[in-house]
Design a protein around this ligand. Sequence first.
Ligand SMILES: Cc1cc2nc3c(=O)[nH]c(=O)nc-3n(C[C@H](O)[C@H](O)[C@H](O)COP(=O)(O)OP(=O)(O)OC[C@H]3O[C@@H](n4cnc5c(N)ncnc54)[C@H](O)[C@@H]3O)c2cc1C
Length: 460
Amino acid sequence: MKNINDVEIAIVGAGIVGIATAYYLCRKYQRKSVLLIDSRDPMSYTSAQSGDNYRNWWPSPLMTSFTNHSISLMQDIARESHNVLQMKQRGYALATRRPDIDDLLATLESNYGSSDGLLRIHTASASSAYAEPYNENWLSAIDGVDVLSNKELIQRTFPAFDSNVEHVLHVRRAGTISGQQMGAYMLEQVKPLGCNRLRGHVESIVRGDDRYTLELSTQEGILSFKADTIINAAGPYVGSIAEMLGVTLPVENVFHQKVAFEDRLQAVPRNQPFAIDLDEITLDWREDERIALEEDSDLSWLTKPIAGGIHCRPEGAGRWIKLGWAYNRKISQPDNNQPLIDDPAYDANFPELVIRGAARLNPKLKPYIEGIPKGRVHYGGYYTMTQENWPLIGPLDNNGAFIAGALSGFGSMGACAAGSLCASWVCEGELPDYAEALTLKRYNDPALLAEMSATNIGLL
Ligand SMILES: Cc1cc2nc3c(=O)[nH]c(=O)nc-3n(C[C@H](O)[C@H](O)[C@H](O)COP(=O)(O)OP(=O)(O)OC[C@H]3O[C@@H](n4cnc5c(N)ncnc54)[C@H](O)[C@@H]3O)c2cc1C
């Protein structure tokens, strides 16, 4: 075994969350001895699978505050870097056919209603107060939510949408970034400030009298060194790293998939924002297909109502579109020795299912059901999540171990807030109001437990 130099702070995981934590430790708190450890290339695991969408729309006000803070931090980076992270802000369009949306309005009221003019309801067929989603420049983008409750206005603004849509919630502080560009920029910034990287697999972490000893397997053999502080940012493996420290985390991994293909039929207008069908759906099947599915115990669920949340957005400057649907609820454990591309959790039926689902909101997608596009890219990765779908950020033990993890399907948009918050815990900086609620302590707080179990988890 070879010993290498000890460090002040060792971060396990160089995905977007570990990198963002290093960025705030070095940039905000001037820490000069930070080591980012990963057995893979930076940003190459879950962070490489992200759809890179961001939003401040959440059923829980806490998550709205958390992502709002993250978006502001991303805007700081966009400002100082000539928008190296390619931030675009056309909003999210959430569509429903339900006539009564009092529950959705109540959530919007609690999240946006406290500030004047952030919740705007449009019931007429034309509204000069409504800014259409055609501008994607984040610098001039507006905040808040526009609720379109007039079918004529909806059809004019979103001509590809199903004509039965009764309401569209157009969330304005939402859009896309390039997570890979953001990660690369942060790495570039922290390098001269004292952040080094080490390629290796963390095999063990042992707490000694005053510091942690880490053992890593690397190409050069087993390496060992000591660190005052450990940050667990190991993505789907936060549970395994926490176990090394004697802590069991309430996190689960669930595999989620996306499909992208060239929209040669031009079914989705290029200026359509990220669009989400909120309604529960029962998929359309031919009678013979339905009977066959009902007879198969593994597939009969496909004939029953399924939770909504099917989403679709134009991708890039060409004609590609990207579709997703987080219908999977099965917990599975990824294999750290296997690339995600070979993960057994892939569902070969996913491309067809998501196209079937998305064709309800965008009926022009229907021809793709019979001819699933051949050049499609089907990819996926793990949402590492707590049951309430809030992240875990803060102390992991009382000795100098911290976590920045469980960022589920919001880790690209949440990385800046997570990294900045974790750095503030480590460096005893100022903490936002929601800081305690994102630590393990929340499970001992009856009021928070009640709030968590009563709130929709906002999974997309
Ligand atoms: C299909 C899909 C779509 C998504 N879309 C979006 C989206 O639109 N918007 C959004 O905000 N988020 C999205 N997400 C979520 C986002 O991608 C994740 O939340 C985020 O990438 C998690 O980052 P991370 O740094 O925690 O994990 P990772 O990127 O997985 O990084 C963890 C790193 O830890 C390393 N590691 C683990 N164990 C060890 C060990 N023992 N030794 C050394 N290294 C180790 C791994 O190699 C890995 O590189 C999506 C996720 C998926 C799967």
